[in-house]
Design a protein around this ligand. Structure first.
Ligand SMILES: [Zn+2]
Length: 282
């Protein structure tokens, strides 16, 4: 991160002093920096998530493992990779002025997902863990959702579950493991592995998408439309997620913005947290 910052500051200083050619060169250097940044981003996410997990489940302070937010298996650093929640392919057609101002990583939203093969009832699922699972079942539908101009007659249940699952990862990105380890988190994690239809426990209100007009250009006033993929508010027993021109709900067993007791033994139930570490896969 220090490297990024100093390079960024150097770029800014030089931009003030250089001509057009030099500006173009620096702009291209910045673009490639986004790629170089990924290993550092993985370290950063790993440590942030580890601290969060240890605060909820102290057992993890005695090992070097992290729970995958999708399958919930405890895994090592090298068994994870950085995941672009809104896939890069979906962002390729963003307007050029947006691409020039807001990095791809910002527009995607990043988290970690495992890359260790999933095993279901003794059989290995082809691919690299949850990373491949999301890519296989959801990324092309997410691309459709980002790029459609007309949603009527074009949406199917895979689109809906793609948005539901991406929203879950967005919620996890904002509030951490308390989302994954709540009963509602278990439901959303299970849903992620059922890409064709909604599970019985998913409320009807969480099976709808509201859409509005898409924006097609950038100005400072609409920066957050492009820069923050998941605008989240909590509304009693659900989270309301706005992703660009789409709005949908996700179930919540508990308001994650409310504090809970991490050390005290006896507190009112709304301040307690009981992690559910159930996994779908072995
Ligand atoms: Zn996983």
């Amino acid at each position: 991160m220090l490297l990024t910052r100093s390079v960024s500051e150097a770029c800014h200083f030089q931009l003030l002093c250089c001509g057009w050619q030099a500006r173009k060169k620096l702009y291209l250097a910045r673009l490639s920096m986004n790629t170089i940044d990924i290993p550092a981003m993985k370290e950063l996410l790993w440590h942030r998530l580890r601290n969060d997990l240890i605060s909820l489940v102290p057992y993890f302070s005695d090992n070097e493992l992290l729970l995958c937010p999708a399958c919930c298996r405890p895994l090592r650093f090298d068994e994870f990779s950085v995941e672009h929640i809104i896939p890069k392919q979906a962002l390729a057609s963003d307007p050029s002025d947006v691409r020039g101002v807001i990095t791809q990583n910002e527009r995607s939203g990043l988290t970690l997902l495992c890359r260790r093969p999933l095993v279901f009832k003794g059989k290995k699922v082809p691919g690299h863990g949850c990373n491949s699972w999301k890519g296989k079942f959801y990324d092309s539908s997410l691309r459709d959702l980002i790029n459609y101009s007309n949603y009527v007659n074009n949406l199917n249940s895979r689109h809906q579950i793609s948005l539901f699952s991406a929203g879950y990862l967005g919620l996890f990105r904002k509030f951490g493991y308390q989302i994954a380890l709540l009963p509602s988190g278990l439901l959303m994690r299970n849903q992620l592995f059922h890409p064709n239809s909604f599970l019985q426990g998913v409320p009807i209100s969480c099976q709808m998408i509201l859409t509005g007009d898409k924006l097609s250009n950038y100005d400072e006033a609409n920066r957050t439309y492009w820069s923050e993929p998941f605008k989240i508010t909590v509304d009693s027993s659900s989270a309301v997620i706005v992703l660009r021109n789409m709005c949908f709900r996700l179930p919540l067993s508990r308001d994650p913005s409310q504090p809970f007791a991490r050390a005290l033994r006896y507190v009112p139930s709304k301040y307690t947290f009981r992690p559910d570490l159930t996994t779908v896969f072995e």
